[in-house]
Design a protein around this ligand. Structure first.
Ligand SMILES: *[C@@H]1O[C@H](CO)[C@@H](O)[C@H](O)[C@H]1NC(C)=O
Ligand SMILES: *[C@@H]1O[C@H](CO)[C@@H](O)[C@H](O)[C@H]1NC(C)=O
Ligand SMILES: *[C@@H]1O[C@H](CO)[C@@H](O)[C@H](O)[C@H]1NC(C)=O
Ligand SMILES: *[C@@H]1O[C@H](CO)[C@@H](O)[C@H](O)[C@H]1NC(C)=O
Ligand SMILES: *[C@@H]1O[C@H](CO)[C@@H](O)[C@H](O)[C@H]1NC(C)=O
Ligand SMILES: *[C@@H]1O[C@H](CO)[C@@H](O)[C@H](O)[C@H]1NC(C)=O
Length: 350
C-alpha cells in the first residue's frame, strides 16, 4: 500500500469513529483511564501490583484499547525463574534498562538488555528471569487482557519506588494457577529450558546477538529476538528519522506493529491520525505531543496513548530522541517506512 492509500484507509476508518478528546484536566494522568481517550502516563505512575516481587504497572488497559492490546511496565531487581507457560496472544518485550534472561521453548535463550526486543508468538513455551539490580521492561500483549490477569493475581503496590529491593512477598500460586485458564495462559511446568549459554545467548544466536544484523521471520508462529539497533532499519530522508522495525503485521497476523523511531530536533509535524490504537513510549531524549489544544512533554519511560481516529502532532527540541511505537496494526512507523529507504545505521546522516 502506498502512503496515499494508507491515508485514505485511515480517513475512511476514522470517519466512523467518534473523536476521543483528552480529559478536562489535560493529557497528563496519574492512572491510565479505563475508557478510550488520549493520555500521557508519566514513567512509574499508574495502578500497580506486586506480582511475586515484580512490580507490574498498567500503562494501557485492555478496556482503553477496546481489547486490541494491553501494555504493562515491569520493574524488579534479580528475581527467580518464572513459571514456564504459553499464551494464545502475541506478546512482546522491550527492555528499557537492566537485564533479563528470556527462554523460548526448550532450545533458545537470550540475555535481553536495554533496547533489546523479544516477540513471543502464540503457543510457544517461555519464561524469564530478571538478573539486574535495576530492571525495567515494557510488555505488550495483543489482543489485550493481561493487565486484568496481573490485577487479579497481584497484591496492590502503593509506593513510588520502582520496586521494593527488600520485597519478601510471595505469589499465591494456587490463585495464579486457578486464574490462568480464564486469561488463556497455559502452564507447562515440565517443559525443559536450555541454560547452555555463551556470550548471552544459546548457540543459535552466537553469530548475531548484539554483534550483527538480524532479520524478522516471515512466519507468525515463530518466536524471535532482535538486539538493540540490529534489526531492519529505514531512513526517512526529508525528516532524517530512522525507523527500526521490530514487528510488523507479517510477524503478528496483523495484531501488532512495533518499531522505534529516532529523530533530531524538528518542527511540529502536520496533524496526523491513524485507524489503529497506538502508544508512544520515550526511551531517550524528549517528545512534545499535541492533541487538540493540549500539549505534553514526554521523557524516559513516559507513555502516550493515542486512540484510533485521534489527530496528533509530535516533535522534539533536543539533540537525539528515540521512542517506541506500539501499534495495534499499521500505524505511524508503517507510514514513515513507506516514505523511507533501507538504512544500515542507527542514527541519521550528518
Ligand atoms: C479485553 O477487552 C475485550 C473488548 O472489550 C473483551 O472482549 C475481552 O474479554 C477483554 N479481555 C479480558 C481478558 O478481559
Ligand atoms: C490463595 O488463593 C486462594 C484461591 O483464591 C485462596 O483460597 C487462599 O486463601 C489464598 N491463600 C493465601 C495465603 O492468601
Ligand atoms: C511446551 O512444553 C510442553 C511440555 O514439555 C511440550 O509438550 C510442548 O510441545 C511444548 N510446546 C512447544 C511449542 O514446544
Ligand atoms: C564470546 O565473545 C568473545 C568476546 O567478544 C569472543 O572473543 C568469543 O569468540 C565469543 N565466543 C563465541 C563462542 O562466539
Ligand atoms: C482550541 O483553542 C482555540 C482558540 O482558543 C479554540 O477556538 C478551539 O475551539 C480550541 N479547540 C479545541 C479542540 O478545544
Ligand atoms: C506507530 O506505529 C504504527 C504502526 O507501525 C504507525 O502506523 C504509526 O504511524 C506509528 N506512530 C508514530 C507516532 O510514529
Amino acid at each position: 500500500m502506498g502512503p496515499t492509500k494508507v491515508m485514505q484507509a485511515i480517513t475512511s476508518a476514522a470517519a466512523i469513529l467518534a473523536t476521543a478528546s483528552p480529559a478536562a484536566g489535560g493529557l497528563v494522568v496519574d492512572t491510565a483511564p479505563t475508557t478510550p481517550q488520549p493520555y500521557v502516563l508519566p514513567n512509574l505512575r499508574g495502578s500497580a501490583v506486586d506480582f511475586g516481587g515484580l512490580i507490574i504497572r498498567t500503562l494501557v488497559p485492555n478496556t482503553t484499547s477496546c481489547g486490541s492490546l494491553s501494555i504493562v511496565g515491569v520493574n524488579s531487581g534479580p528475581s527467580p525463574l518464572n513459571l514456564i507457560h504459553y499464551h494464545k496472544e502475541f506478546e512482546a518485550f522491550y527492555a528499557l534498562k537492566g537485564g533479563v534472561q528470556v527462554f523460548h521453548n526448550s532450545n533458545q535463550g537470550r540475555q535481553v538488555q536495554a533496547n533489546d526486543f523479544v516477540l513471543l508468538a502464540p503457543g510457544n513455551n517461555h519464561t524469564y528471569r530478571p538478573n539486574d539490580l535495576d530492571f525495567q521492561l515494557s510488555l505488550c500483549m495483543a489482543p489485550g487482557g493481561i493487565d486484568e490477569f496481573f490485577a487479579a493475581t497481584g497484591v496492590p503496590y502503593q509506593s513510588s519506588a520502582p520496586f521494593n529491593p527488600e520485597d519478601q512477598s510471595e505469589l499465591n500460586v494456587t490463585k495464579v494457577l486457578s486464574l490462568m485458564p480464564k486469561f488463556n495462559i497455559v502452564p507447562e511446568p515440565y517443559n525443559t529450558i536450555n541454560i547452555e549459554w555463551i556470550n548471552g545467548t544459546t548457540a543459535d544466536g552466537l553469530d548475531t546477538w548484539h554483534i550483527a544484523d538480524q532479520t524478522l521471520p516471515t512466519d507468525p508462529s515463530k518466536p524471535y529476538f532482535i538486539s538493540s539497533n540490529r534489526g531492519p532499519k529505514y531512513l526517512q530522508h526529508g525528516s532524517n528519522k530512522v525507523i527500526a522495525q521490530l514487528a510488523s503485521g507479517k510477524q503478528t497476523n496483523d495484531k501488532l506493529s512495533i518499531a522505534t523511531i529516532t529523530m533530531k530536533p524538528n518542527q511540529p509535524s502536520a496533524q496526523i491520525k491513524f485507524s489503529v490504537d497506538q502508544a508512544l513510549q520515550v526511551t531517550e531524549g524528549q517528545v512534545h505531543l499535541q492533541i487538540g489544544n493540549d500539549t505534553a512533554q514526554l521523557i524516559f519511560g513516559d507513555l502516550a496513548f493515542i486512540p484510533r481516529g485521534t489527530y496528533f502532532r509530535y516533535w522534539s527540541t533536543v539533540g537525539f530522541t528515540k521512542f517506541i511505537n506500539w501499534s495495534a496494526g499499521q500505524g505511524l512507523a508503517d507510514s514513515l517506512i513507506e516514505q523511507s529507504q533501507e538504512w544500515s545505521h542507527a542514527t541519521w546522516p550528518a
